[in-house]
Write a protein that binds this ligand. Structure first.
Ligand code: COA
Length: 290
């Protein structure tokens, strides 16, 4: 047994229809592949239909099941509504929405144009709220249960320089997750979030930390457990949170980051850079050393 293997039993998501925004690549794709293994059918969306179609064919040939690719820019409500009506008419119903699509620019905030700032807000906050409202209204009207799982980030509550629009938008998504967990529970709709730490993906890492930057700011160095995350670890958590096994988990955000954000938060945590000899010297100077 290791942390890189699938965790749930084979039929854990049998007959669940799961919509994943941003499902064609990266973490969205990895979570989708595991959902398929557990018996789900998928709808994957992004702006790029050709990428989605390639992913859908590969996924179906490798994992079986049904994967429906639908082009949708989550910023555009007409596209969201059209995507939802196609998804529900092709699958009969959608049981789970995984709000995973995101956009982010690493930049000093004063260098961002208004349009750049708004672009990230629009994808992350407006995109998530539009998909959520579209799905939620339909579930409520049809008296159908549903599950939302929203991908946020630990800087949704700490804030972070250099990714300010993303931090502001993800904070909004987290507030929406907790708010709807309470308001819509009476309709049988659960809402939870995952805050992943560093999980390498080709797309986000090469865009966010281009060239040598990834070596200079090696994300593994900031993680107390000493490594970055494996996609299967995230997929295991996501599968649990969208499955019926988590029926009593509602309004929660689960951090999966090896302790990364807390390391940055603790006032004295950087003292792990002090060598043992210096601790020895300090102990000796207290006169306690044997
Ligand atoms: N840093 C700062 N500003 C940037 C930028 C960057 N790296 N890239 C684009 N912008 C600015 C553009 O200059 C533009 O502003 P302007 O009109 O004032 O010049 C604005 O952002 C919108 O850019 P545009 O390229 O028109 O946006 P788009 O809508 O075509 O695409 C994304 C925006 C975010 C969808 C696109 O960059 C993308 O696909 N990113 C990858 C997805 C991603 O970031 N995932 C996040 C993983 S955490």
């Amino acid at each position: 047994m290791n942390f890189n293997s699938g965790m749930l039993r084979e039929d854990a998501l049998k007959d669940k229809n799961i919509l994943i925004t941003g499902g064609g690549t990266g973490l969205g794709r990895s979570m989708g592949e595991y959902f398929l293994e557990l018996g789900a059918n998928l709808v994957i969306t992004s702006r790029k239909l050709d990428v989605l179609e390639g992913t859908a064919n590969e996924m179906m040939s490798q994992k079986g099941g049904k994967v429906i690719p639908l082009a949708c820019d989550v910023r555009d409500i007409a596209q969201v509504e059209d995507m939802w009506s196609q998804a529900t008419s092709q699958l009969g119903k959608v049981d789970v929405v995984l709000n995973n699509a995101a956009g982010n620019f690493i930049s000093p905030t004063e260098r961002l144009s208004t349009n750049a700032f708004n672009t990230v807000l629009d994808i992350v906050l407006k995109g998530t709220s539009q998909v959520t409202l579209t799905a939620g209204k339909d579930w409520i009207a049809k008296k159908q249960a549903g599950v939302f799982l929203n991908i946020v980030t630990t800087y949704a509550w700490t804030g972070s320089g250099y990714v300010v629009p993303s931090a502001a938008a993800k904070a909004g998504v987290l507030a929406m997750t907790r708010s709807l967990a309470v308001e819509w529970a009476k309709y049988g709709i659960r809402s939870n979030a995952i805050a992943p730490g560093p999980f390498p993906t080709e797309g986000a890492w090469s865009r966010l930390l281009p060239g040598d930057l990834v070596k200079k700011f090696d994300p593994a160095k900031k993680v107390p457990v000493g490594r970055v995350g494996e996609h299967q670890e995230l997929a295991n958590l996501a599968a649990y949170l969208v499955s019926d096994f988590s029926a009593y988990v509602n309004g929660e955000v689960i951090t999966i980051d090896g302790g990364e954000w807390l390391k940055g938060a603790g006032e004295f945590n950087n003292l792990d850079q002090i060598p043992q000899e210096l601790w020895d010297m300090m102990e000796a100077s207290r006169g306690k050393k044997q």
